[in-house]
Design a protein around this ligand. Structure first.
Ligand SMILES: NC(=O)c1ccc[n+]([C@@H]2O[C@H](COP(=O)([O-])OP(=O)(O)OC[C@H]3O[C@@H](n4cnc5c(N)ncnc54)[C@H](O)[C@@H]3O)[C@@H](O)[C@H]2O)c1
Length: 430
């Protein structure tokens, strides 16, 4: 059992803290967002993540998990401190590391005995060196310490499962002592462990996310070709995916990737490469294809509706992917914004993300379900592939729509069935 402090209790920090408590450690999660910590102390979750509430409740009840706004309280008795704060994108694409630096010096002033400081936030290569320097310059109590890089690979919407069943654990460390402490910590998860130096570990995270983004843009590029030659991208992906060297994951054509990770991490990686003297043209193309995909959805809608001004469009799905309420970099933001510019009246529904969307678009209409959104709309647009949209009563939807038009950015319905039902059904890559 280790005493663990988590600094930054967001999507990564809270999951990490709760899951490390679940496997038997004593964890204190810190955040400087007072409202977030107050609600966590009442076991009210600050965001939706499946299984999260249960695991937090269970570990708070057994006194293995607690919350604070004080770095000092979190760090003073900690054997291991996880840095899980945000690393947002600056306008030029570079990662903004001010939160990481702020945490590094606050931790340095609070730590007492030997402490392993773990960089879990996604950071550019060499950030570990900067953390080390900041800690050395602010080590008020002359504490012994080591820096470790331990990137996180969880997917929002499956975060608890992913943390508990990781494909691999990556540990970048300068000292054998620190590497072994982190290896021991993760032992109950029974995952392959890669131990390397800090720079390699930092690069593994960026290289992985950039590869995933590349896979998505690759199939989206194929989808654009399919649309012009009468081929079906779903079948192309199926045919490719059986090849074990390629695999089926991340080969779903659609309106491209969004969220807090892939867009900012690809931008950051292009900048990291630039600084390392390499022009990462491949990744630049990946980003361009992603932007193009979002625009294409808009043009598909426009093509089906002729004039947009004054039309009503129903948007199904707002979060950047299913099973989360996270709207950061969600394609829905671009698409709704673009349609509003054209004078479209928007009705929207999402099972979880409507509160977050209201903060961005307070003046659009929100429906209580997909049927309310369909009622009187000139077309429906599928933006996020929530399961419940796959199970809709499509005849009822058709009877509620002003015109039987569905533009599907996620390819969730069978074209033949939609044709039989009498829809004009437009999707990606066919
Ligand atoms: N969200 C994901 O799916 C995911 C997956 C893997 C890695 N990551 C990486 O993990 C990091 C965190 O991402 P996230 O999605 O959890 O972000 P988040 O915004 O959900 O959480 C960050 C938290 O840090 C807190 N914070 C900011 N500055 C602080 C400070 N000085 N002291 C204490 N707390 C502070 C914020 O209040 C917030 O609660 C990022 O680098 C991200 O790229 C995210």
């Amino acid at each position: 059992m280790k005493n663990i402090a988590i600094i930054g209790s967001g999507h990564v920090g809270l999951v990490t803290g709760a899951c490390l408590a679940e496997i038997g450690n004593s964890v204190i999660c810190m955040d400087d967002d007072v409202k977030k910590i107050e609600s966590l102390q009442k076991v009210i979750m600050p965001f939706y993540e499946p299984d999260m509430a249960e695991i937090v409740q269970k570990n708070v009840s057994s006194a293995r998990l607690s919350f604070t706004t004080s770095v000092e309280e979190a760090v003073v008795n900690a054997d291991i401190v996880f840095i899980c704060v945000g690393t947002p994108q600056k306008p030029d694409g570079e990662a903004d590391l001010t939160q990481v630096e702020n945490v590094a010096w606050r931790v340095a002033r609070a730590m007492r005995g030997y402490t392993v400081i773990v960089e879990k936030s996604t950071v550019p290569v060499k950030t570990g060196g900067w953390i080390k320097r900041t800690i050395a310059l602010n080590n008020a109590n002359n504490a012994d310490y080591d820096i470790v890089s331990n990137p996180e690979f969880l997917r929002e919407g499956k975060a608890v499962y992913d943390f508990m069943h990781p494909d691999r654990i990556v540990i970048g460390a300068e000292s054998e002592r620190a590497a072994q402490i982190i290896r021991e910590l993760y032992k109950p998860l029974k995952a392959p462990v890669i131990i390397t130096n800090i720079e390699t570990s930092e690069l593994i995270k960026h290289a992985s996310n950039a590869f995933l983004a590349t896979k998505i843009s690759y199939i989206n590029a194929i989808a654009s070709i399919c649309e012009n030659v009468g081929a079906d991208v779903e079948k192309v992906a199926e045919g490719m995916g059986y090849d074990r060297r390629i695999g089926t994951d991340f080969l779903n054509a659609g309106i491209g990737y969004g969220g807090y990770c892939l867009p900012k991490d690809t931008a950051a990686f292009i900048r990291i490469a630039e600084e390392a003297g390499y022009d990462f043209e491949l990744l630049k193309a990946v980003r361009k294809i992603n932007e193009y995909q979002r625009q294409q959805l808009f043009y598909k809608i426009k093509k089906e509706l002729w004039n947009l001004n004054g039309k009503t469009i129903g948007i199904l799905g707002l979060s950047f992917k299913p099973d989360t309420d996270d709207m950061r970099e969600a394609p829905a933001i671009d698409i709704i914004g673009r349609l509003l510019e054209e004078g479209v009246r928007i009705k929207a529904y999402d099972p979880r993300a409507m509160d977050n969307c209201r903060a961005i678009f307070p003046d659009i209409e929100y429906g209580k379900d997909a049927y309310e959104v369909a009622e009187g709309s000139d077309a429906l647009v599928i933006v996020t592939e929530w399961d419940e949209f796959k199970k809709l009563d499509l005849l009822k939807i058709k009877s509620l729509l002003q015109q039987p038009i569905i533009v599907d950015g996620r390819n969730i319905y069978e074209p033949a069935q939609m044709e039989r039902l009498g829809f004009i059904y437009r999707r990606v890559g066919r």
